[in-house]
Design a protein around this ligand. Sequence first.
Ligand SMILES: *[C@@H]1O[C@H](CO)[C@@H](O)[C@H](O)[C@H]1NC(C)=O
Ligand SMILES: [Ca+2]
Length: 349
Amino acid sequence: MAAEGWIWRWGWGRRCPGRPGLPGPGPGPTAPLLLLLLLGPVVADITDGNSEHLKREHSLIKPYQGVGSSSMPLWDFQGSTILTSQYVRLTPDERSKEGSIWNHQPCFLKDWEMHVHFKVHGAGKKNLHGDGIALWYTRDRLVPGPVFGSKDNFHGLAIFLDTYPNDETTERVFPYISVMVNNGSLSYDHSKDGRWTELAGCTADFRNRDHDTFLAVRYSRGRLTVMTDLEDKNEWKNCIDITGVRLPTGYYFGASAGTGDLSDNHDIISMKLFQLMVEHTPEEENIDWTKIEPSVNFLKSPKGTCLSGPLTGWRVFLLLLCALLGIIVCAVVGAVVFQKRQERNKRFY
Ligand SMILES: *[C@@H]1O[C@H](CO)[C@@H](O)[C@H](O)[C@H]1NC(C)=O
Ligand SMILES: [Ca+2]
């Protein structure tokens, strides 16, 4: 395979409009990556460009046929959502609106990638606009609520494109993209911009851009990746990349948005779902993926206290390393002090 092909496969690559999906899994931890680079073509579970498939039944593409139609709906919408020939507007730039659009069919793919072409724009000046868009992969659909126009205590995955800092004390720069996984037990705290429940996030300047703005979500083998293309460079930029995420199959894709005292137009131009061809072990194949409880097997620790949180192997190792270093430093300092004292003693007596 040509070197260029490798870059294409392993980097985020260019977002090529005519080409389905992103090439292969994203960049991994460096060591396995190098190993895989060496092993290259013999590794069976790497997807190549041709083995990713657009799934029409889970995609929202212009012209929006089958949206909201009664006979064979692919997508249903609710609330302030309106459909034009060019976009689906979840909310207009007006106060106290909420709207959503939901895929009609549950998704039974184990590995997928969703590309969302969206536009958030309005008359509001900096920090006088809100609230943002949420992208969903959840058990329930079409239920309005306080979380960007959709229900709280949801089951599944949410990606928040939050344009307004409700938490005035935050040092964060908005708009801000974050992800949350919920088994129904967690509540999204709007006043804190979901700070306590977010798994990861990044600042992303997507509002009032003159050009097209895109976001991609990839879920494969427990790894959740969010990428953005906001600079009109036709290039994916990494925003979120976490592992240990468990999501069932059989949930619904959706998008919702809400406005409050502040508002914006929240538009979805397209949502394209690609199946990623990834091999799973027989044990993985044998479990009932619809029964998986949404969960994440790591807990992000609050900023500044990097050693709090659950004691995973890595943390234990770090703690032991710190302890060992501490002991060594103490021993060296002790030895030096002892020696100095001895010398002084020798001089005095
Ligand atoms: C749901 O998640 C919470 C914490 O995130 C956990 O304590 C609880 O056990 C989970 N419930 C189920 C049914 O898995
Ligand atoms: Ca907010």
